[in-house]
Design a protein around this ligand. Sequence first.
Ligand SMILES: NC(=O)c1ccc[n+]([C@@H]2O[C@H](COP(=O)([O-])OP(=O)(O)OC[C@H]3O[C@@H](n4cnc5c(N)ncnc54)[C@H](OP(=O)(O)O)[C@@H]3O)[C@@H](O)[C@H]2O)c1
Length: 263
Amino acid sequence: MDLHLTDKAAVVTGGNKGLGAATAHRLAAEGARLCLTARDGDQLAAAAREIEMAHGGACATVAADLTEAGGADTVAAHAVETLGRIDILVNCAGASQGGRFWEIPDHVWQESLDLKFMGTVRMIRAVIPHMRAQGSGRIVTVVGNTGRQPNPRMLPGAAANAGLLAVTAGLAQEVAADGIVVLAVNPGPTRTERWNGLMASLAEQSGRTVAEVEGDFLREIPMDRLGEPDEIARIVTFLASDAAGYATGTSLTADGGWTKAIA
Ligand SMILES: NC(=O)c1ccc[n+]([C@@H]2O[C@H](COP(=O)([O-])OP(=O)(O)OC[C@H]3O[C@@H](n4cnc5c(N)ncnc54)[C@H](OP(=O)(O)O)[C@@H]3O)[C@@H](O)[C@H]2O)c1
């Protein structure tokens, strides 16, 4: 299927590694022009170089912290300056810690909400004026299956995810008349640096091995395996394209069957 993404201008947050980098590769493979953002400028430059070598074309980067006031506006301004417009925003920046509810301190909740939830809100708010002015835009947020199927050991992330699904559904109604669609993808456990770090920290907290902790999650997954970043990237890329033209305000879950629900 031709996704008609050639020359589309796409901003990818969290674009230097994990699901963001995998999505950036897929978008570039489909011909999109990219502006990647994250905090680590060296990793961003390395990710951009890899994309340029693999797919050709120039890949812009801008280092920014989305928890800081002005970070998202800097990213949007740089994307418009380098790409001329913003057709697609993929929100992939996020990092939430887990643990037992009664042992999780305030700052862990705060950090999860400040980056994953508010960072995404700030980024969407920063691109909407540009999309509105051009009368079109596609926003896809990588949320997570815990927003609908909360895991007791991952509640700070689950809370941010549930909030983002509410924003996705509600905002889509507000901006549809401007030609803007708002969608989300809910991955289950997917093998990235963040997932490995989460398993290591849960193992340390519980005095168990990483394999034992990960085994608890695998038991929930009928497919009995973790997802691969490219499996999520393909779905994000499809939703970022006009091939998903009539969909808005909704989310697509890819979690190996973990979520047992009809919708
Ligand atoms: N992997 C999974 O199993 C899984 C499952 C469901 C949902 N998700 C969600 O998918 C998203 C990406 O996860 P991932 O596994 O790809 O994680 P990852 O590999 O750790 O990537 C996280 C990205 O966020 C960026 N980031 C972190 N703090 C930031 C900040 N303050 N400002 C701007 N950027 C920041 C990181 O770059 P810098 O550190 O350089 O800033 C990195 O690019 C997250 O929202 C996560 O909750 C992941």
